[in-house]
Design a protein around this ligand. Structure first.
Ligand SMILES: Nc1ncnc2c1ncn2[C@@H]1O[C@H](COP(=O)(O)OP(=O)(O)O)[C@@H](O)[C@H]1O
Ligand SMILES: N[C@@H](CC(=O)OP(=O)(O)O)C(=O)O
Length: 418
């Protein structure tokens, strides 16, 4: 059996959904499980809605109406009026109406997951209905009953044993009957609350299903020809990798290559399942194959840019040396607030850490750190990572910029710049 993952870009409009169905039609001789993300930039819009609701902002209903409007336009491009999918989508949106009628709950991350998850619940309703309309036998599956997580909202940790048991118990028999369409990015807790797996986590969902089912391969259908040496949004002369090893792919995604979610590769590597990254605009193209013996050929350095970084330095209030005790206090606060470190550096009197900005978590982290340390920080920075022979590339990329932190290892150069 095959696992397909279609991301937001592939289903951003009615033409995208039609294209998805055309791709799927080429694989009707195979058992298929299809993981779908929210349409276009819906997750960003739902994040905005969550913030507006938590702040009880005046534009809360306008933001929500825009999200509904966007989906109803796509529906209108795909179905005749009166098709049952209109009601299915409306009923799914009603869950947000109910949620935002009440006073905001204390936990931002909990509310976030209950609201933001609607993006995938709606997109999969639309895709599933369209596949059926096109004569492809498919079934909508609520992923929250299969991908079980703990209750770390916005970053659900998958409970693998329980997840594997649920998937193996039901999915093979369902696949015998037809295609399965399910939501990426979502999980469910033991109390039946919705969690999300971290932004762009739908790739990870595909890998979870593939690993549990022993799939032949996973294909992530993207708006790029495959994995390139750099993000084509920022660099003109990119080259595509025909093959990559799991290890190189893990390193690239760990440093922030946003084409694949960082948690995706490991389960596939453990189960020896190849990951294909292919363009949804040209389904017969080879794309990139990530596999155990994937041959890494670096004709150009790999470049990874991470925007919206914070560089924070802590030092003792009494100018004392930074000791292991201090570091353990600092790391405890990072772990408690779910802030992941991208780069760190220690000197005698201070400890510097670079991480992605998440406003709510950052505020809590700062409050904690300020109890015991002097804290300085810069926001709005960029982390540049260059791998494989990147000395000249890093020089070019940092020209005219202020370097605030630099770290060099055998294969990798990282700089934080303003
Ligand atoms: N090294 C890279 N190779 C290819 N694409 C990359 C790379 N780094 C970043 N990207 C970006 O990743 C995007 C595709 O990933 P993503 O947007 O997460 O896809 P989707 O959400 O549709 O699954 C591309 O449009 C591209 O801008
Ligand atoms: N919709 C979620 C999950 C996801 O993976 O999306 P995409 O496949 O479009 O990156 C997000 O935007 O974070």
């Amino acid at each position: 059996m095959l696992v397909f993952k279609f991301g937001g870009a592939s289903v951003k409009d009615a033409a995208g959904v039609t294209n998805l169905a055309n791709v799927v039609k080429q694989y009707t001789d195979q058992q298929l499980l299809i993981v779908v993300s929210a349409m276009g930039k819906t997750t960003n819009a739902l994040e905005k809605l969550t913030k507006a609701y938590m702040d009880q902002a005046d534009d809360m209903h306008d933001i929500f109406n825009e999200i509904k409007e966007y989906h109803y336009n796509i529906l209108a491009g795909l179905f005749e009026p009166g098709h049952p999918v209109f009601d299915e989508v409306a009923n799914t949106f009603v869950e947000i109406d109910w949620a935002i009628e009440d006073e905001p709950h204390d936990s931002y991350d909990f509310v976030y997951d209950q609201i933001v998850s609607i993006g995938e619940l709606v997109s999969t309703r639309i895709v599933n209905a369209y596949l059926n309309k096109e004569g492809l036998k498919s079934k909508w599956l609520d992923v929250r009953g299969y991908v079980h997580t703990d209750n770390t909202y916005r970053e659900g940790i998958v409970e693998w044993d329980k997840t594997k048991t649920s998937i193996i118990n039901d999915i093979p028999a369902l696949l015998e009957k037809g295609i399965i369409v399910t939501q990426g990015f979502l999980g469910g807790t033991s109390e039946n609350f919705t969690t999300t797996l971290g932004r762009e986590g739908s790739d990870y969902t595909a890998s979870i299903f593939a690993a549990c089912l022993g799939a032949e391969s996973v294909t992530a259908w993207k708006d790029v020809p495959g994995i390139l040496n750099a993000d084509p949004r920022y660099f003109a002369d990119t080259v595509k990798f025909d093959e990559l090893s799991y290890t190189e792919a893990i390193e690239m995604t760990y440093y922030g290559a946003s084409v694949i979610h960082p948690k995706t590769i490991k389960p596939l590597q453990n189960a020896k399942i190849p990951l294909l990254v292919k363009p949804f605009t040209d389904p017969s193209a080879a794309g990139t194959v990530i596999k155990e013996d994937g041959h890494n050929q670096f004709t150009k350095p790999v470049i990874i840019l991470k925007q919206n970084q914070v560089l924070l330095s802590v030092s003792g209030k009494d100018y004392s040396f930074i000791t292991e005790d201090h570091l353990s206090d600092v790391f405890r606060l990072f772990a408690q607030n779910n802030v992941k470190v991208n780069v760190m550096q220690t000197s005698a009197l201070s400890f510097s850490v670079c991480f992605d900005l998440n406003e709510q978590r950052f505020e809590k982290l700062l409050n904690g750190l300020k109890q015991d340390f002097k804290v300085k920080y810069n926001e709005g920075l960029m982390l540049i990572t260059v791998r494989h022979d990147g000395v000249n590339t890093i020089k070019e990329l940092t020209e005219g910029k202020t370097i605030l932190l630099e770290q060099i290892s055998r294969n990798t150069i990282q700089v934080v710049v303003k």
